[in-house]
Design a protein around this ligand. Structure first.
Ligand code: XMP
Length: 621
């Protein structure tokens, strides 16, 4: 008899949100395991599987050598749910047709349920006939496989969901695991119910299991933990300390010169108030020196990641720490690994600082400990609370390890981007159909820089477009829903564009933006620090800003009259896997704009980023 708990297996095809399926299933109290796409049906049976979810991924089923699944799995007799690529794989195997979609959908769509009595829409939670679902796909099932029927559609995707109830197999083109899919979790709960699994797994079990694992991995050794003062590294510090005691965890904060204004002092105080001692190492010369002459976002990220490792080794040597007695601790969480392309079938969107190649090698050598690597931010926060950390620490906005290093955009060459008129005209024509929302004349300018985005689990690197209206836009939740829809429409249908901004500085630009050689200098960092501090003080303690999950402020080398641009990027999110632009009340926006215009003479344009994730990412590079 199998003694393992009954689980739902998630077969990993590399989707950016594959692991989130496991997170949602865990939150529903059921045990879940993630398995590689090459697992066999008999291996699955040994794991005591009650149901299978086939994840999404960046591949296309109609390509030669595309990734597949052991087809015996379809005959195991357990309920199966295919999501995105998984949906396409099911269609392909059972004789349907999958091809590039006429219209790729990235972001919010209206999902219309065609078969309200499908068990997946009914068995535990009743799903309404019309709701919002989150899509990110360039392929679609264009013809149903034998024995299947359509159970939901969107305007541009006829077979958005299908089922074969006899075989207990379901397919969703959309992503139920993404928090912006309104009833996604309810549908997953229905699936768990169909599988007949239940459980009482909680994060307290996680803490107990993890403490045992840490003790085992660290037997006879101590941990050198790089702490940024963000939520993840602080929770990691607390968890390691719980398992090993204070004497065996050495916390070190690296001031790489790209922190926020006064951040190092604030973090040290906060952690010391929580009872943790922190060593601080000033290393801005090293980090900034190595960034000189780097412009490409990935090169910058790799330089910063490698400098963290080198510095750790230098400090250890200076302190005479025997390398055989120390492991390197990192507060890595799941989105860091998936975006860095570190799981088997996933694509690299961006290299997070804790996933550079040298870290990957050290992981293989067993030299790294990352106790919260399977968790998402919402779970990390709950673990932090269970460990007794203060609300002030737990509720801090996430801040990336490379700090302002990924928010000061650099540019190598002078560039004005020629021949954009035709494209700008195309976008203008598109905007005509939104005239009732926009209400006034809009002019359009494509910026001569690029930023990173994510489309259908793949990295994009494309131009942003700015919309100018004669009045400062009203960024209420209601307006943003519509403006966000316009942004998705433009980014989804114009292949050169992946972000849409709206000017909030009130000026209507007629001349061209100039790009000049712009590097990572102390002066540019100081300019961004000033703008970032203004933003922080404007939103601090405000009830109407509580929904802002993170607020990156980005310095972009697009010059008018010798002055650069600032991009405001407040977002709402649950776990960083999806995001939407966050509302800003009129007075908060006005305060930010007026203060930047008055106090930061290096800036001329101020933009607000309307783009969701996908097709954008939260950070710009
Ligand atoms: P993106 O920009 O990929 O960011 O949507 C997702 C979340 O991750 C944060 N981020 C990082 N965090 N090291 C980190 O610790 C990094 O290198 C890194 N890059 C992005 C980002 O701020 C957002 O919360």
């Amino acid at each position: 008899m199998n003694t393992l708990p009954q689980s739902v297996a998630i077969i990993d095809f590399g989707s950016q949100s594959m692991h989130l399926l496991a997170n949602k299933i865990r939150n529903l109290g059921a045990h879940s395991v993630i398995v590689n796409s090459n697992i066999t049906a008999s291996e699955l049976k040994e794991k005591n599987i009650a149901g299978v979810i086939i994840s999404g991924g960046p591949d296309s089923v109609y390509l030669e050598n595309s990734l597949s699944v052991d087809t015996e799995i379809f005959e195991m007799g357990v309920p199966i749910l295919g999501v995105c690529y998984g949906h396409n794989l099911i269609a392909d195997y059972f004789g349907g047709t999958v091809q590039p979609a006429k219209v790729g959908e990235y972001g919010k769509v209206n999902l219309e349920i065609k078969k309200i009595d499908s068990p997946i829409f009914l068995v535990k939670n009743i799903i309404p006939e019309n709701s919002i679902a989150w899509m990110t796909h360039g392929d679609e099932v264009s013809e149903l496989p034998n024995g299947f029927e359509i159970i939901a559609s969107t305007q541009d995707c006829r077979i958005a969901a299908m089922q074969n109830t006899e075989k207990n197999i379901y397919g969703f083109q959309y992503h139920p695991e993404l928090s912006h899919s309104e009833f996604g979790v309810d549908m997953l709960e229905n699936f768990i119910d169909i599988c007949g699994v239940s459980g009482d797994w909680t994060l307290n079990d996680f803490i107990n299991e993890e403490v045992e694992k840490i003790k085992k991995q660290c037997e006879g050794r101590k941990v050198f933990l790089l702490v940024s003062g963000g939520v993840d590294s602080s929770v990691c510090f607390a968890l390691l300390t719980k398992a090993l005691g204070r004497d065996r965890v050495f916390g070190c904060l690296v001031d790489h010169g790209m922190m926020r204004l006064n951040e190092a002092t604030e973090v040290t105080k906060m952690l010391s108030d929580a009872g943790f001692d922190l060593h601080t190492e000033e290393a801005s010369e090293k980090f900034l020196g190595n960034l000189a002459g780097l412009y490409d976002p990935e090169k910058k990220r790799n330089s910063i990641g490698n400098d963290f490792l080198e510095l750790q080794a230098e400090i250890a040597e200076k302190m005479n720490l025997n390398p055989n007695e120390w492991l390197l601790g990192q507060g890595t969480i799941y989105p860091d690994t998936i975006e860095s392309g570190a799981t088997k079938n996933s694509e690299k969107i961006k290299t997070h600082h804790n996933r550079v190649e040298r870290v990957q090698i050290m992981i293989e050598q067993g030299l790294i400990i990352e106790p919260i690597v399977d968790l998402y931010k919402d779970e990390v926060r709950k673990v932090g609370t269970l460990l007794g950390l203060s609300d002030a620490l737990i509720s801090r906005h996430p801040f990336p390890g490379p700090g302002l290093g990924v928010r000061v955009l650099c540019a190598e060459k002078e560039n004005t981007l020629e021949n954009t008129e035709e494209l700008e005209q195309e976008i203008n024509q598109k905007l005509e159909k939104y005239i009732d929302i926009l209400k006034e004349k809009i002019s359009v300018k494509i910026l001569p820089i690029k930023s990173v985005g994510v489309e259908g689990d793949k990295r994009s690197y494309k131009h942003p477009v700015v919309l100018y209206s004669e009045k400062i836009p009203v960024l209420t939740a209601k307006n943003l829903e519509k403006l966000g829809g316009i942004a998705s429409d433009i980014a989804n249908s114009i292949s050169e564009i992946n972000r849409v901004l709206i000017s909030v500085s009130g000026n209507f630009i007629s001349e061209k933006f100039e790009v000049k050689n712009s590097q990572m200098t102390k002066e540019r960092i100081a300019t961004l620090q000033k703008c970032d501090a203004i933003v922080r003080s404007a939103i601090f303690g405000r009830e109407d800003c509580k929904n802002i999950w993170q607020f990156p402020v980005v310095l972009a080398p697009v010059f008018i009259d010798g002055k650069e641009a600032i991009i405001l990027r407040p977002i709402e999110s649950e776990n960083a896997m999806t995001a939407v632009a966050a509302p800003l009340s009129k007075d908060v926006l006005e305060t930010i704009v007026e203060r930047i215009q008055k106090e930061v003479p290096e800036i001329s344009s101020i933009f607000y980023d309307l783009t969701g994730k996908p097709p954008g990412t939260i950070e710009w590079e």
